[in-house]
Design a protein around this ligand. Structure first.
Ligand SMILES: Cc1cc2nc3c(=O)[nH]c(=O)nc-3n(C[C@H](O)[C@H](O)[C@H](O)COP(=O)(O)O)c2cc1C
Length: 329
């Protein structure tokens, strides 16, 4: 499968997630076989202003990729300038965010607010497409509200503007994350445009990913929240597609992923900030495991890599050893 000549090795791709899809997490999910990863959403204004913090969040040459850089903005001219700058980074694709429902973003007309003004959204997309040789994708929602579902019109406008693929998170901006994603709508969008369609919303297992991919007839599925504590979901999806079943993850592999993420995040943010950011991540990684509540309580004060290693080893590895011996003896 391809998006405008970029080889996408899996039909499951990682969702862009602010505060989550940094270089460390992107590398991990890409190594687990995600077809495509995307940066956190980046403000076009900040890029054009030369904000160091935002520039640091751009894709890097040393990531496995393929990787997209996601930008948001309301002004076609600023988006054009930002896309030119982003183009010079190591991204293979530029993605435009037309789906963010957060007030800070929509109050300026960016993100999902573009769904209220499709004409301007089309001008923004055309400006970005014309500013770069790299493929351009757009991520949309179903519409602004229940009374104004316009994903098909929006998708066609994107196609006319020269966008190479479209992702649809099939909820309205008003819904936020409530209710269920409307996969019928994804299916309809896939039938109505001639560019690849990436369906997104509520995929919670490798089985659901396969089921949604085939039932909606879209080209790719995008996984967000389910990958937060299970980046290996992409390996499992790929195995399921090729062999009809997949292997479970062992506690020792979970521990190794956590420690590697901490190591990479230390490189990005420094040890103490990395440890603090890891606190919530550890909650995702241990969700559903016996004793996780106690473990989560223990990590609320996490400050260093050494503490993390001790806690993770104690919780995931020693418990596993005792469970093994408990089971056999
Ligand atoms: C914490 C969080 C951060 C997100 N950040 C972004 C973002 O930066 N850009 C974007 O397009 N979507 C963002 N999203 C939306 C996801 O990409 C995705 O569309 C949504 O979570 C639905 O997919 P899921 O049901 O698989 O999680 C975010 C979602 C969450 C939960």
């Amino acid at each position: 499968m391809q998006i405008a000549g970029i080889k996408i090795k899996s039909r499951a791709v990682m969702a862009p997630m602010a505060g989550i899809t940094d270089f460390a997490f992107r590398s991990i999910v890409a190594e687990y076989g995600a077809g495509l990863v995307t940066s956190e959403l980046l403000s076009a204004n900040a890029i054009v202003r030369g904000s160091e913090k935002t520039i640091m969040m751009l894709p890097r040459p040393d990531e496995p990729g393929p990787v997209a850089a996601q930008i948001f903005g309301a002004d076609p001219e600023i988006m054009r300038e930002a896309a030119m700058i982003v183009s010079r980074s190591s991204c293979q694709i530029i993605d435009i965010n037309f789906g963010c429902p957060v007030k800070k973003v929509t109050k300026c007309g960016a993100g999902a607010a573009a769904l209220k003004d499709i004409k301007t959204a089309g001008r923004i997309a055309a400006a970005v497409v014309n500013s770069t040789d790299k493929p351009v994708t757009a991520k949309i929602r179903s519409g602004w509200g229940a009374e104004s579902v316009n994903a098909i019109e929006m998708a066609k406008t994107m196609e006319d503007a020269g966008v190479d693929a479209i992702t649809i998170h099939a909820r309205t901006a008003a819904q936020g994350y409530s209710g269920e994603a409307d996969w019928e709508l994804i299916s309809e969008v896939a039938r109505r445009v001639n560019i690849p369609v990436i369906g997104n919303g509520d995929i919670d297992s490798p089985e659901t990913a396969v089921e949604k991919l085939w039932s909606a007839g879209c080209d790719f599925v995008m996984i967000g929240r389910a990958a937060l504590g299970a980046p290996w979901i992409f390996r499992q999806f790929n195995e399921l597609c090729s062999t009809g079943s997949y292997g479970k993850i062992s506690n020792s592999e979970i521990a190794a992923v956590i420690l590697r993420q901490m190591e990479m995040m230390t490189g990005l943010y420094g040890e103490r900030n990395a440890a603090r950011k890891m606190r919530t991540r550890l909650g995702y990684y241990t969700r559903g495991l016996t004793g996780a509540a106690r473990f989560r309580k223990a990590v609320t004060k996490l400050e260093s890599a050494r503490e993390l290693e001790e806690l993770v080893t104690g919780f995931l590895l020693e418990k596993q050893v005792s469970a093994t011996y408990g089971g056999t003896g």
